[in-house]
Design a protein around this ligand. Sequence first.
Ligand code: GLN
Ligand code: ZN
Length: 745
Amino acid sequence: MSRSVIATNIGYPQLDGKREWKRVLESYWKEDLSATELYDKLEELKVDRLKKQEKAGIHYVPVNDFTYYDRMLDVAWMFNLIPARHQHTSESSLRNYFSMARGEQTAEACAMKKWFNTNYHYIVPEWEGQELSLIKNMPLAAWKEAKEAGISNPKPTLVGPFTFAYFSKGFTSVSEALETVLPLYKQMIEELDTAGVEWLQIEEPALVVGEAAPFLKEVHEAYSALRTAAPRMKLFIQTYYEALVDFDTCMAFPVDGWGLDLTSQRALAQLTSGKFPDDKVLGAGIITGDNIWRAHTKEKASYLQAVLEKINVNEVWVQPTTSLLHVPETKTHETRLPAELYDRLSFADEKLTEVVEVTEALKEGQAADQDTLATYLAQDPVPSVFKDIQTHRGTSFEKRQEKQQAFNLPLLPTTTIGSLPQTTEVRKLRRDWKRGDLSTERYEEEVRGHIKKWVQEQEELGLDVLVHGEFERNDMVEFFGEKLDGFAFTDFGWVQSYGSRGVKPPIIHSDVKRPQAMTVEETVYAQSLTEQPLKGMLTGPVTIVNWSFVRSDQPKADTAAQVAEALAEEVLDLEKAGISMIQIDEPAFKEGYPLKKEDRPAYEDWAVKTFQRTHRDVKDETQIHTHMCYSEFQDILPAIGAMDADVISIEASKSGGDILAGFEDGQHVNEVGLGVYDIHSPRIPDVDEMESMLNRCLTYLPVEVFWVNPDCGLKTRSEKEVRESLAAMVQAAKRVRASVQVKQS
Ligand code: GLN
Ligand code: ZN
């Protein structure tokens, strides 16, 4: 059978390695650029990217993936789905767009949320019942611009109606949202059809989540309506991150092609079960779009050949598994990586070359590698870490708690989460030292100065358990990564986190080991300055792997297990040096949860065990803390309990303590640090407010289990804000303490 094979791309990264895009945007925000200049400069960047993709050999080049901030926001804005507080001008100008994204003095920004289980955040569309209208057909404009720029086969792409509806708020239901936005999608698609667009890529990643199942009938109807609106144009639904929630039902949608992630074992099983309709184009996601390792393209081609022999398709698009949004632009800027590692890497541009290579190899005809396919399909996806090895502490919490009475803390002990203000001075200090402008000796002395100042401040504020302040750390993962073997850092490996903000995730490329102690010196120094207990501060294994690019030659769980071993050594070193409270932060514990419910137990198994392993061998008297900063815990409470930290501090201020309802009905819990105020706001918290929140918490659980602390670290706040806020917090704790003691006596 002759089959056409075409190289395509789904989406190109927003943030370039040199961060030109970011600079342009931020200059506009600072009013250093006019709107016209902004438009011209971004247009230039955009066209460059399109040409680059076409030159690499990509046939259908995605357009309209390029955004000024976020692609969910793009859709909201073009449908005039703009909250009243952001309607600064009657026409839907750029000002309204950025007002939604970033807020203005009088208008709080729209909410931002995590995009699936990635580290990208989107702007949440907010409907207030207003009349919607299509104020700009963005995919059409992008398509025309690309045509004018000489791109042969631009393929407009946009977030699809179901995914958009699914993540919008203000509607009474997803169904209402879908019904409301559908006419706008129809109008937009009709215009694209009339203009002569060949293919439209509609991104519907929400079709992979379990919660999508009840809506499939409505989604089918929505696509029938779109089909009628665009009788000529071909519609291609792109999914990613996981397998479709219901393959057979989705395959009946009246569309012309489906993009699937063929590296997902589940998606592959669905596809090779033989139900893929032979009249549709298969978008074969074969080059991993969200990790940075080079692919063996001949092997990929043989493997894809094996998949294709199991189904009947006439046209195959070879493509990445996801938009390339999650990887950096190109590795060619990196000049300081070891050659051997550099060679193993593949960022967005290199991945496009791989897509083209697989396409070429497939066209040449490759022997099908049925064996690899069969092995892959047969593999048990559940990794087993620490198989039969004990990971948990030998003694029960109750026994430990008894021994930990020796700390002699008051009821409702007060503490903070770890970091203290990273002033310009502190940041300059680290920068100068990194650049070599400051000797290590001087640097360490200066850091000690900050520690000393703040140990005193904390004592004066009346806090019960102190911290050293993390002045020597810029990022909680990078700091440890730099001290551990097996990690590498890029100079230009930026990945968009939200808006113009990027992160540069570390790369874990080989076995993780701890050559020497990482935090003992500063911690011991800080503890030497005070009689009060001071917490050692570590980043947990789950967070370290979830915020890094991990090896693909072993399960993520195994990498986490190595990190855990290294941290366990650090924990014991701290203990040996006399540090008797150690906090192991896991702010990324929750975001690592797999999208499919059925995969969650396996994740929890390795995540909990790796965390347990870090503190397995400490003495009963040593108190282990952990910290997580989000309020939606309810469904992960058993896992949190199983981590078995003696104290866990959690975000509680936004939910006003309601989060404790889950603990009430018998869920196992040790001690709980209540995050009583939001550190993301410059507002000084109100003593009465914190007091009543604490009192409410006491109605759920006995006073003995609670600690009092801010929601998260204080590094982004000013020194003045921190002083005033902590003083208020300590006061609130004292008031509640006094009233409890009155009741108890
Ligand atoms: N200990 C870290 C800090 O205080 C925790 C940061 C976090 O939870 N993201 O900054
Ligand atoms: Zn936090």
